[in-house]
Design a protein around this ligand. Structure first.
Ligand SMILES: Cc1ncc(COP(=O)(O)O)c(C=O)c1O
Length: 479
């Protein structure tokens, strides 16, 4: 089934710097395969005609034809007479012997359930659940008890909240998608950080957004001058930001930058979608920074806060939420008719019981993340000395590592063949950038981190070879 097409120029941008040591057709087909595996292009998309792609990439048509043939042979594309070549994912992914017998996934930055979860699964919870059986069970904004617990949780974080302002969602991913649908119309400009959480980019694009981005880096945080200029120039309809332990850089916005950000948004009439899903993942920042929700009124900005039980309590509950003005909350909730209608009752009752204990849970998470951070830092220093682990990483769920060479996609492909699933750096950007970066989840189990990084270290010399074509050393001398 064809679900759309990708043009030759769009594919060229996604491909980035795709050439390697192998013959051009093979490197090209490898890169398209990676784009598919990590979701940068979808399955069911029609690829550009051979001639068009050949022209866009400065290749012969025979080379592109050979690349498409190789994709078909590997099960990553199919073609029907007269309808071009369409991407697909093979039914069983080929050639992935697992690391020590199991697949290791570095693609998700998330922790297993808190120890406290099993303590609330008691008779009292079941009685409460049974008490809901004489209702229809659908509640488009969430269970009253959980909305109150979330409002109280905001209150403790310095953001006084009425339960009317809360909409409970199916994970915060659903909250981002609903907010995007309510706020963004097709063709609207929406600002986001680069790099950022890729599923948010996707949700914004699905709502019709044209993304404009400005940088955030491990070293310097947000480029506020570029951000202010972009807001002034483009007056984006909405802005998606992760102010604390930003995914993937781990950076937190200073108080002054938060104020400048809100001033820029207010000045441009931009509604801020502030993703606070990682905001409690503090290892040793030792500073309580105000939520954008606490500062919004003073700066005349409208802010939708996004939150989740996934990182604190457990992702398997699929409970998230958003906080907005009562009016906007109702408007956003009205969007869910075409998606999920409501959220399961049982999981809401679980979260209602655990949110009041979030301080205890945060302590547990702090120690897990500290252990992951130190395991990753030590393994990289020992096994991958070419890489730069962030000098400052005070929290969050991942480390945005600099590989020192533009080979992230190449490395992801090689790792995949060994049963280690990693998301290549460009997955976190909008235009094929970040080939020099890899996101390592410090939320992973320390032993898995070590084993995964050992696999990468074995692959590294061969992968890194691709990075040493002479153009890199000449790059500085080209006028
Ligand atoms: C920054 C950020 N926002 C949102 C989410 C979505 O999480 P969930 O839908 O489980 O709440 C994630 C998950 O990794 C995330 O890292």
């Amino acid at each position: 089934m064809t679900r759309g097409r990708i043009g030759a120029r769009a594919l060229r941008d996604q491909l980035g710097d795709w050439r390697g040591d192998a013959p051009a057709y093979e490197s090209l087909s490898d890169r398209v395969r990676l784009l598919l595996l990590d979701g940068r292009i979808s399955s069911g998309i029609r690829l550009p005609a051979e001639r068009e792609l050949a022209e866009a990439l400065g290749l012969s048509r025979t080379t592109v034809a050979a690349a498409y043939r190789s994709l078909r042979e590997a099960g990553f594309a199919s073609s029907l007479q007269g309808s071009g070549t369409t991407t697909q994912l093979p039914h069983s992914r080929p050639g992935a012997p697992a690391v020590g017998g199991t697949l290791i996934g570095f693609t998700h930055a998330s922790l297993p359930a808190t120890k406290l979860l099993s303590t609330v699964l008691d008779d009292e919870l079941l009685d409460d659940y049974r008490g809901h059986f004489d209702t229809i069970g659908y509640d488009g904004v969430g269970q009253p008890g959980l909305r109150q617990a979330i409002a109280d949780w905001y209150g403790r974080r310095g953001v006084p909240t009425d339960p009317e302002q809360i909409v409970v969602t199916t994970g915060s991913q659903n909250a981002i998608a609903l907010a995007a649908k309510a706020l963004v119309s097709r063709g609207d400009r929406v600002w986001a950080e680069s790099p950022s959480y890729p599923n948010a980019y996707d949700a914004l694009r699905d709502a019709g957004a044209r993304l404009i981005t400005t940088p955030v880096t491990v070293e310097d945080g947000w480029d506020m001058a570029a951000l202010e200029a972009a807001f002034q120039r483009s007056a984006p309809t909405a802005a998606y930001v992760i102010p604390d332990f930003q995914n993937p850089t781990g950076r937190s916005m200073s108080v002054r930058d938060r104020e400048r950000f809100l001033e820029a948004a207010a000045g441009a009439g931009t509604v801020v979608i502030a993703d606070e899903v990682t905001s409690e993942m503090d290892i040793d920042r030792h500073a309580v920074l105000p939520s954008l929700g606490a500062l919004a009124d003073a700066h005349g900005a409208e802010v939708v806060l996004i939150g989740s039980a996934s990182k604190q309590i457990w992702g398997g509950l699929r409970i998230g939420w958003l906080r907005a003005t009562p009016q906007l909350a109702r408007r956003i909730a009205a969007e869910r008719g075409s998606t999920d209608l409501a959220v399961p009752v049982f999981e809401q009752l679980v979260v209602e019981r655990l949110l009041p204990r979030s301080a205890e849970i945060v302590e547990e998470r702090r120690e897990q993340l500290r252990a992951g951070r130190e395991a990753a830092r030590a393994a990289i220093a020992e096994l991958l000395p070419d890489w730069a682990f962030p000098a400052r990483l005070e929290g969050g769920l991942a480390a945005w590592v600099n590989l020192g060479a533009p080979v992230s996609s190449q490395l992801a492909l090689a790792a995949h063949a060994r049963g280690l699933l990693v998301a290549a750096g460009p997955r976190f950007g909008v235009d094929g950038a970040f080939e020099r970066n890899l996101r390592i989840p410090i939320a992973a189990d320390p032993e898995d981190l070590r084993r995964g990084l050992e696999v990468i270290a074995e692959l590294w010399p061969a992968v890194n070879r691709f990075a040493r074509p002479d153009f890199e050393s000449y790059a500085g001398t080209v006028a």
